[in-house]
Write a protein that binds this ligand. Structure first.
Ligand code: G6P
Ligand code: MG
Length: 218
């Protein structure tokens, strides 16, 4: 394959927002008297806001109606936004900017493919919106990862066929979504967790155009 498009998940790939999600969920779970740990937080990676709340309520063995759930999800997001609004470009994960500019110089299109509805705000806070040729996020997507919708939409926006795209993802559901889209997937994190990715690296600082081209050969 010849790589024509690269699609990046945002949370956990370009920026570490998991710590802010954790702090905001922690505030909510302390009010709801639910014992929520950092290990539990791992289960929320790549999972939509409401699906995350469902997992948390299941952990706490409590049930709320949809109206209460909306209220709690809104409350959590309000606290999350307090952290996000204070983010600066210094929080961009190492190697991201360098790798993305290498891609752009080589004429490869780049997009974001994220479940987060806060994607526009985060890109603005990090001052990187203009880097991307397209942004597919939780505001325009209906079906959550592992459904391929977000990546298929990103590829369409780029005008690139899915078979010519490589996805960079840190969540198991995201890797599955990339494979379901018929794309190559580079996992960001641990090989032990992201077992189905075509290749796994610890972070984008371990990636280069040269490596990407090698990868595309297999
Ligand atoms: C990403 C994160 C998840 C988060 C989801 C929705 O996929 O990995 O942890 O729940 O986005 O984020 P939002 O900003 O819309 O609440
Ligand atoms: Mg992620």
């Amino acid at each position: 394959m010849i790589v024509k498009g690269c699609i990046f998940d945002l949370d956990g790939v370009i920026v570490d927002t998991a710590k802010y999600h954790y702090l905001a969920w922690k505030k909510l779970t302390s009010i709801l008297n639910i014992n929520f740990t950092k290990e539990d937080n791992e289960r929320l990676k790549g999972v939509s806001r409401m699906a995350s709340l469902d997992i948390i309520l299941e952990i706490g063995n409590v049930v709320y109606d949809d109206k209460m759930k909306e209220e709690y999800a809104d409350l959590k997001n309000k606290w999350y936004l307090d952290y996000i609004n204070r983010m600066t470009p210094e929080e961009i994960l190492p190697g991201s900017l360098e790798f993305i500019s290498e891609l752009k110089n080589a004429g490869i299109k780049v997009a974001i493919g994220s479940a987060s509805r806060n994607t526009p705000l985060i890109l603005e806070r990090l001052a990187i919106r203009n880097l991307f040729d397209a942004v597919a996020d939780g505001n325009i997507i209906i079906k959550a990862k592992p459904d391929p919708e977000v990546f298929i939409t990103a590829a369409k926006m780029l005008g690139v066929s899915p078979a010519d795209c490589v996805v960079f993802e840190d969540a198991v559901a995201g890797v599955e979504a990339a494979l379901n889209a018929g794309m190559r997937c580079v996992g960001i994190g641990s090989e032990k967790i992201l077992t189905t990715a075509h290749y796994v690296i610890a972070g984008l600082d371990k990636m280069s155009l040269k490596k990407l081209k090698l990868l595309a050969k297999f």
